[in-house]
Write a protein that binds this ligand. Structure first.
Ligand code: TYD
Length: 143
């Protein structure tokens, strides 16, 4: 990987009004920049638990807090860190490859994940020291 691709907040269209409620939709081609291979959701995570703590080699995702609030801290291969708050069902976070993420959930938050690949454990980097090694290689080749 030659350059860092960063996470990006994605505005998901919403239709409706307070009186009747809302519908939000994420379609491939407009909101989702990759063909959708998988959708999963994470729920009932206690507030003191940090999920994530891994990076992906190929997987790209859009994460949405469809209920509650979710804090996502993203660490890139150049060592920089960005933090995002998902606090509305019409707000998504695009997460590209090679981002180490820490995810905190508020009480009863539900996160839906729209994913570019089917599940593969081989795509995970779960060992932080391996991520650090990749960072060192990136920093050597980037300068
Ligand atoms: P993981 O992605 O590690 O969750 P988090 O990053 O939120 O902590 O997934 C947790 C477990 O669920 C792990 O054992 C793998 C399994 N899993 C699947 O089998 N298929 C899937 O599509 C996902 C997302 C997870």
């Amino acid at each position: 990987m030659e350059e860092i691709v960063r996470c990006k907040i994605v505005k998901i269209p919403l239709f409706g009004e307070d009186r009747i409620g809302y519908v939000s939709v994420a379609e491939f081609g407009s909101i989702v920049p990759f063909p959708i291979e998988r959708v999963y959701w994470i729920y009932q995570t206690p507030a003191d638990i940090v999920r994530g703590q891994h990076a992906h080699i190929e997987l790209r995702q859009i994460l949405v807090a469809i209920s509650g609030t979710i804090n996502i801290k993203c660490e890139y291969l150049d060592g920089s860190i960005e933090e995002f708050l998902l606090d509305h069902p019409s707000k998504g976070l695009y997460v590209p490859q090679m981002v180490w993420r820490f995810i905190n959930f508020s009480y009863q938050a539900v996160m839906i994940c729209i994913a570019s690949e089917k599940y593969s454990e081989m795509d995970y980097i779960r060992d932080y020291s391996k991520f650090e090694k990749l960072r060192a290689t990136f920093m050597m080749t980037a300068h």
